[in-house]
Design a protein around this ligand. Structure first.
Ligand SMILES: N[C@H](CCC[C@H](N)C(=O)O)C(=O)O
Length: 285
């Protein structure tokens, strides 16, 4: 019976099973099925998905993320903070600042260390992509979707779409507690106008540097937090002149707060925690 070692980690409750591929060998064709199996709370470990910490030719480390439905995502903000923590604490890297490769390109990570333990991580998530062709979504390829009126499930909504290497659509609500996360979320996630699906975010603006946030994730459903989604929500809020560029913005997610800054030179900085929950051995049935 074959098995592999894992570390379960979370960023604000957005939890994944992490596998160190410098030490483990999982077959490519197994990965989607393993993601579904380990994510299962009844017969697996229970998580929002699987994240692989892999060797890379372009950076000290590469992250691959699989959602709990087995689909592979192209970026993961909470995952990047946990990968950065793991890489530093397991001496895959020795500097406190290093690059991480994702399927959407390279990002710069900076770990904040206290007594050899990483407590906070800042990731430069790069520049958001705003063209419909970059989301991707249906419509004029070189146009943007900012406060655009679109119909979902027979109702009109003003929405904004942003890619952080993965697709996001943002809805603004007056009360985050009553946002239609579990009703509208799954409908929008699979809307055919988004050929690769979409992560669905609901935002209540508190002030020019504070928002509330909830998410229905593509391929995972409701999660406690979504780092790329929080970045997309801040970009959207600046584009809609609801918050300010160049300012640290507090994003209140179900699992806690992230600090996001869409800097005046166009890059999105995300700072937040990363924590280890447990380690163990998973037996592949
Ligand atoms: N939870 C992740 C996002 C996962 C995105 C994934 N659901 C997809 O794009 O398919 C985060 O912290 O950014």
């Amino acid at each position: 019976m074959n098995s592999f070692q894992f570390t379960k980690m979370h960023g604000l409750g957005n939890n994944y099973v992490y596998v160190n591929m410098f030490q483990e060998q999982l077959q490519e064709e197994q990965l989607s099925g393993i993601a579904k199996k380990v994510a299962n709370v009844h017969t697996g470990i229970g998580s929002d998905g699987l994240i692989l910490i892999c060797p890379s030719e372009n950076a000290p480390v590469k992250m691959r993320i699989f959602n709990n439905d087995g689909s592979e995502g192209k970026n993961c903000g909470n995952g990047l903070r946990c990968v950065a923590k793991y890489a530093y604490e397991h001496k895959i890297v020795t500097d406190t600042e290093f690059k991480i490769e994702t399927l959407s390109g390279l990002v710069d990570a900076k770990v904040h260390v206290d007594n050899d333990t990483v407590t906070l991580v800042t990731v430069d998530m790069g520049e958001p992509k705003l063209l419909k062709s970059q989301i991707p979504m249906e419509g004029k390829p070189d146009s943007k979707t900012i406060n655009e009126r679109i119909e979902f499930n027979g109702q009109q909504y003003e929405v904004t779409t942003v890619s952080m290497g993965n697709p996001h659509i943002i809805f603004y609500v007056d009360d985050i507690e009553t946002a239609p996360v579990t009703t509208l979320g799954p409908i929008v996630e699979k809307d055919p106008r988004f050929p690769e699906g979409v992560n669905v975010e609901f935002v209540q603006v508190v002030s020019e540097d504070e928002i509330h946030f909830r998410v229905w994730e593509r391929g995972s459903g409701v999660t406690q937090a979504c780092g790329t989604g929080a970045c997309a929500a801040v970009v959207s809020s600046v584009l809609n002149e609801l918050t300010q560029a160049g300012k640290d913005t507090t994003v209140h997610l179900a699992g806690g707060d992230l600090t996001i800054n869409w800097t005046t030179d166009g890059r999105v900085l995300m700072t937040g925690p990363a924590e280890v929950i447990c380690t163990g051995e998973y037996f592949l049935s």
